[in-house]
Design a protein around this ligand. Sequence first.
Ligand code: AHR
Length: 506
Amino acid sequence: MPERRAHLAVDPAFALGAVDRRLFGTFIEHMGRGVYTGIYEPDHPTATADGFRGDVLELVRESGATVARYPGGNFVSAYRWEDGVGPPADRRRRIDLAWRSIETNEFGLNEFAQWARAAEVEPMLAVNLGTRGILEACDLVEYANVGRGTAQSDLRISHGVKDPHEVRLWCLGNEMDGPWQIGHRTAEEYGRLAAETAKAMRRVDPAIELVACGSSNSRMPTFASWEATVLDHTHDVVDYISLHAYYEQRGDDVASFLASGVDMDRFIESVVATADHVSAKHRSRKQINLAFDEWNVWYEQDFPGRADETLRQAPRLIEDTFNVTDAVVVGGLLVSLLRHADRVKVACQAQLANVIGLIRTEPDGAAWRQTIFHPFAVTARLAHGVALRAELTGPRHETIQFGEVDSVSAAATWDAERGVLAVFAVNRHPDEAVTLDIPLAAFPSATSATVLTLHDDDLRAVNTASDPDRVVPRAHTAEIADGGLTVVLPRASWHAISITAERRAS
Ligand code: AHR
């Protein structure tokens, strides 16, 4: 069989755009054990004075997550934010309508803001536009962001929180196009409500940035027309349109699953085209950017749904255990986000703990990194500076879902300050290796590279409480010869290559 060879052209002269640090966001929903026994467990041996799990906080800092979206998700659409503030003894137990669970409200806005500070992440809040409206959203912004001297800010101070949280990023509801959403709306209904809410929220705090809900996924029957209508109404008052996508392997079709990034690419490019169409229609030079504020692998086919569940507190919901293939797919999805860094300015891997989480925990027990933690953490650590226009040529192969796809997908970033060129590459072929050549004429001082590889002969290998490091990236160095670097990418593998270099003198 002829050698399968790919070629990646990278040059700092051809930059796509700055890599926004907010691309490495995460998501914490009041769902299952995302909050309770996930990030918050006052009786845990590692608990901080505030009741946060110290072992999880350490892993979050290690993950390099920059933003945390909260409190939902579907949860937000029946949530009264007021239930989660004030003296703990007065907080009410409610039925969470999204996941049919008991919500104790022991953890709410102020606890989240405090946790975010401890975790060193920027808070991103969602307001309820399913069952509540303009005034409740304004009250929340006032409570969170106004210094003092108004009803809501003084209420916050009376709750023992003197300084405002200064939350910049706000989602105008969640997945409002989905029939499962409590308070589901048509695009017209939601577009009008989102525009009026945005206008009012900005009057409370003009410094906020707003995200309008896009489609719940690109398979929704209203996809694209939803975005066009919603942006028609909200164009002048929002900054971002959201995207959500979850991927899973169907049957034994590993090839399509490994190529999930193809779908993410198409999704992003369609939303960019739609947003730009609306800007053109409005004769506006304003650019609406993208907030991919939920993305991950999720075995939705295994999720029986939320109805008929016995009401329980913090039940084990969608605690998927991720394997090697899932980690390679997540690495590929990060490549896709970086390849669109000119327009995707916020992204949240969903979710952080237990619920399809980067991190798994046991109550009163251990916390460990799932396989997917690794590509996320490595990419967040290495992808700084600008994303480059990385041009790839190489072999292609057939998939059931996407037809013919590039076997290798890659992105590159250049951090001029630190002199680091980072290349992220995934071999999406389920059976065959590909040799990747990266000419480095534009980086003449580069001599060696460190390659971190996530690959395993057993694509189903997972990390568990008893074997938490069964799947980890392996590091090796690679010499640069004849002005370039050659790396062999085994079948179904993900790689992060960091090259210390100076830029060619121009
Ligand atoms: O992340 C789990 C759920 O997926 C979220 O609540 C919802 O927004 C999406 O459908």
